[in-house]
Design a protein around this ligand. Structure first.
Ligand code: FBP
Length: 332
C-alpha cells in the first residue's frame, strides 16, 4: 500500500466534498467502524469466552437468538443511542423500533442494522457480518423518531455498508460516491483502505443460492439456475448473505434467495428488506451491479412493515436482468 488511508481520514475527505455537511453522518460512520472492531474482537474470542451458542430466546423472526447476536445488537445500540445524532434505530433482532431514550437528544438520522448476519454460521467459525444503512429522518427535527422514519424506500439511503468478520475483518461502505473496502489492521486497530472504488467485475464467475431448496422453486427459477449452470458458472454458497455478497462483489456473480413454496408463512422469501436487501442493494448499484426482487429494483420498494421479507436477486446487472426475464417468462 503506497498510501495508508484510515477509514476516518477517508470518511472526512468524503465529507469535505459536501460543504453543507455538518459532520454528523461522518461521526455515525465512525461509530459503526468502532462497533465493528468491538464485535470482531468478540467473534474471534467467542469460543474462548464461551459466548458461542444460543440464548434460548427467539426473535421476531421466530429464530433462536445467538449470544453473539445479543452482544452485537447491544454494542451498536449502546454506541449510538446517547450521541444526539440519531432520531431512531431499527434492528433485525428487535421487534419494534429502538427509540432514543428521553434523556438523550434526538438527532436527524435513522440507523437500520442487522447486528450479526449469518448467525446460523456463528458456531462453525464461518464468516458472518454486520449490515447497516443510514437515512435522514422524515419526522420533524427535535421530536422523537417514529416507525415511519424507518419505513423508507432504499432510494432515501444516504450511506450503507457492512462489516465482514472472516479471515480478515473488512468494512465496506458507500455514501453514494463509489464503494470502498477497508481491512482492519489488528496491530494498530485501524481500518485501512485496501479496496478503493470497488466495481463488480463484468465477467461473472459465481452463482450463490441454497440449491437444497430447488424442488420448492418455481419452474422459471429452476430454468434460470439451469441456464447459469450451462454457462459453467461455479456454485458458491456460504449461507451468510454478507459473505456471499462480498465474494460476488469482488469476484463477479449473482446471489439469489427466491420466494419458494416450502413455507406458506414465507411467501416472500427469507431475507429482510430493511436490514439486508436495501443496504446491500445500495452497494450493488454503486458498484455497477443491480438488485431486484425478481420484478422491480429493491431500492424502489416502499416498505410497509419493519420486518417485511423480500425475494432477492443481487449482483452482476446482466444476470439480475436475466433472472427477471426468466421470471417474466420471456427467457432468452
Ligand atoms: P440472519 O442470520 O441475519 O438471520 O440472516 C439470514 C441468513 O442467515 C442469511 O445470511 C443467509 O443468506 C440465509 O439466511 C441462509 O438461509 P438458508 O439457511 O435458508 O440458506
Amino acid at each position: 500500500m503506497d498510501k495508508v488511508i484510515t477509514i476516518e481520514r477517508h470518511i472526512l475527505r468524503q465529507q469535505q466534498m459536501h460543504p453543507e455537511a455538518t459532520g454528523t453522518l461522518t461521526s455515525i460512520l465512525y461509530d459503526i467502524a468502532l462497533a465493528g472492531k468491538m464485535i470482531a474482537r468478540e467473534t474471534t474470542r467467542a469460543a474462548l469466552e464461551e459466548i458461542l451458542g444460543l440464548t434460548g430466546r427467539f426473535n421476531v423472526q421466530g429464530e433462536e437468538v445467538a449470544k453473539l447476536d445479543d452482544y452485537a445488537n447491544a454494542a451498536i445500540v449502546r454506541l449510538n443511542q446517547f450521541t444526539g445524532r440519531l432520531a431512531v434505530m431499527g434492528s433485525e433482532e428487535i421487534d419494534d423500533i429502538i427509540p432514543i431514550p428521553d434523556e438523550y437528544p434526538a438527532g436527524r438520522y435513522v440507523l437500520l442494522f442487522d447486528p450479526l448476519d449469518g448467525s446460523s454460521n456463528i458456531d462453525y467459525s464461518v464468516s458472518i457480518g454486520t449490515i447497516f444503512s443510514i437515512l435522514r429522518r422524515k419526522s420533524p427535527d427535535g421530536t422523537r423518531g417514529t416507525v415511519e422514519d424507518c419505513l423508507q424506500s432504499g432510494r432515501n439511503i444516504v450511506a450503507a455498508g457492512y462489516v465482514l468478520y472472516g479471515p480478515s475483518t473488512m468494512m465496506v461502505y458507500s455514501s453514494g460516491n463509489g464503494v470502498q473496502g477497508f481491512t482492519l489492521d489488528q496491530t494498530v486497530g485501524e481500518f485501512l483502505l485496501t479496496h478503493p472504488d470497488i466495481t463488480i467485475p463484468a465477467k461473472p464467475k459465481f452463482y450463490s443460492v441454497n440449491q437444497g431448496y430447488e424442488r420448492h422453486w418455481s419452474r422459471e427459477i429452476q430454468e434460470f439456475t439451469n441456464c447459469l449452470q450451462a454457462r459453467n458458472m461455479s456454485l458458491r454458497y456460504i449461507g451468510s448473505l454478507v459473505a456471499d455478497f462480498h465474494r460476488n462483489l469482488l469476484g463477479g456473480g449473482i446471489f439469489y434467495y427466491p420466494a419458494d413454496t416450502r413455507d406458506s408463512k414465507l411467501p416472500h422469501g427469507k431475507l429482510r428488506l430493511l436490514y439486508e436487501a436495501e443496504p446491500l442493494s445500495f452497494l450493488a448499484e454503486h458498484a455497477g451491479g443491480k438488485a431486484s426482487d425478481g420484478k422491480r429494483p429493491i431500492l424502489t420498494i416502499e416498505p410497509e412493515k419493519l420486518h417485511q421479507r423480500t425475494p432477492l436477486f443481487i449482483g452482476n446487472k446482466e444476470l439480475v436482468e436475466l433472472a427477471e426475464a426468466y421470471i417474466r417468462g420471456d427467457k432468452p
